[in-house]
Design a protein around this ligand. Sequence first.
Ligand SMILES: CC(C)(COP(=O)(O)OP(=O)(O)OC[C@H]1O[C@@H](n2cnc3c(N)ncnc32)[C@H](O)[C@@H]1OP(=O)(O)O)[C@@H](O)C(=O)NCCC(=O)NCCS
Length: 139
Amino acid sequence: MNESCLDAVLAIEQASFSTPWRREHFEHEIAAPFSFPFVAQCDGVVVGYVCLMSLFEEAQILDIAVAPEQRGRGFARVLLEFAITVAREKGAEVLALEVRASNISAITLYERCGFVRTGLRQKYYDGRDDALLMEKYLK
Ligand SMILES: CC(C)(COP(=O)(O)OP(=O)(O)OC[C@H]1O[C@@H](n2cnc3c(N)ncnc32)[C@H](O)[C@@H]1OP(=O)(O)O)[C@@H](O)C(=O)NCCC(=O)NCCS
């Protein structure tokens, strides 16, 4: 991900989340030393992205989304597998994430990629929806 992708990234972000990240969030991810944001492109068009944070033995998926019209084509899986590879290369031992407990498509994606459920934060999102905590061990 770089500055030139951000209009496309923001359009996907806004179409994907009720409280989307703003441009400054992505600019921070591009600049931060322990952040590794990537886009997936198809025919030169940004179709999705993943934001990975990897700091020593711990890594986290901060954000992942695919353009609504491009879903179901395997792009999220490619992005997530790539982030897993990068986290391993950076020396992370565990990759963690949080997901809305009602987000079945994302939870299924994560389980397909080897993440397991490790906890639940009640009413974490907007004081309403629970957050499911998931982890994948990388060693
Ligand atoms: C979740 C999301 C990233 C999946 O993107 P995608 O490109 O459609 O996913 P893929 O095509 O790579 O699918 C990978 C796996 O995810 C699961 N999956 C994807 N969409 C699904 C759906 N609608 N229902 C059930 N499982 C689904 C499937 O298990 C699939 O594996 P399979 O093909 O072996 O069955 C996409 O729906 C999205 O951008 N949602 C909005 C943003 C979001 O919720 N992000 C996660 C925040 S934690």
